[in-house]
Design a protein around this ligand. Sequence first.
Ligand SMILES: Nc1ncnc2c1ncn2[C@@H]1O[C@H](COP(=O)(O)OP(=O)(O)OP(=O)(O)O)[C@@H](O)[C@H]1O
Ligand SMILES: [Mg+2]
Length: 405
Amino acid sequence: MSDVLDEIFERVVASRIFRNRDILSPDYIPDRLPHREEQIKRVGSVLAQALKNSRPNNLFIYGLTGTGKTAVTLYVLRRLVEKAKQLGVRVSYVYVNTRQRDTPYKVLADIASSVGLRVPFTGLSTAEIYARLVRALSRWDGVLIIVLDEVDWLVRRRGDDLLYKLTRIGYDLPPGSAKVSLVGITNDVRFVEMLDARVRSSLGEEEVIFPPYNAEQLRDILWERASQAFQPGVIDESVISYCAALAAREHGDARRALDLLRVAGEMAERENAPRVTVEHVKKAWIQIERDRIYEVVSTLPLHARLAILAAIRAQRTSGRDYTTTGELYAHYRELATRIGVEAVTQRRISDIINELDMLGILSARVISRGRYGKTRMITLAADEDTVLAAIAQDPRLREVVNTLL
Ligand SMILES: Nc1ncnc2c1ncn2[C@@H]1O[C@H](COP(=O)(O)OP(=O)(O)OP(=O)(O)O)[C@@H](O)[C@H]1O
Ligand SMILES: [Mg+2]
């Protein structure tokens, strides 16, 4: 029976669009990273010390999201380990993303297992794993590079104790032990302020900054990946430029640009189109933006979600295409009472409005009303259906969404 599934399978196997879609996936590390030559050189020269069996300085890497920090670091480390093998030097690294491995226990467990220790999922104290790690490292001859990616997540939740310990692990090791160096990566500009001065100075022995990409650079990056990911002739200049321009507006995020191209390709494939067009990119942008809004709204605290509902309700009842802080707050109080939670203050709601503005969910513009002083013109900045669908997931709010007027 030739059914609908057969058709789908055939379409993917004989794709006219993709040659290898994985090349556009966010964790794929390409062989070439255009416009990161400077950063590759800097990271490479710091870590190259390992090839002479000496401890590389600790390295702190920062830059906005999607600027190639993870890709460059892993690229350099892979090359370093290859070279070390050729030279017969013992160099290894362990990569831990502390957003995923979000406790000191998990981080230490990953480091310990990279040097061959077996650590149970739970049951030991972190002090005990640390002690075992130190023991193992004192018998381990060579250089170990520990990469803590998105390290701000760990520090924000658990403080910088572990970081402090790891930057000083050398002092706990007898002479002739492993040489350990630390690479910390973050996209949080305020991260440094969270650190104790001693941690800051030892982690920041060397620092490399990753500036955002501009549209032209994003174009080169996209071409590089697209030429391997797509069938010949499927992508043209206009599509690449359009993706690059959209992503450049979002502070030069290469991940955004690649996502856009991938989703546009998927849309073309689903439509059985012969090539990817600017129209596909436009649709892809809308879908990605919707997914982002859905995700963001789903994880907001209750009062922020109530504030969004209040904004929509206030706008609808006012008959205008905007609402004000005062109106919004009145509706918010009503909704809070309706679901039986205590309302927060107007001051707090005002802060929440600012946060929602930064997330691109509400837009709050200050306008002057002459002798009545200033007020804010608040409008919904995101797709209403998407926002409401995300809020309605919460059973406490479903009823409110359905009877919003
Ligand atoms: N110069 C480049 N050439 C090719 N691909 C790149 C380049 N820079 C980044 N990329 C790709 O863009 C995506 C995002 O890069 P990466 O994951 O390194 O960003 P990041 O700086 O670590 O961001 P975050 O702070 O969000 O973790 C990845 O798929 C990566 O391969
Ligand atoms: Mg990263």
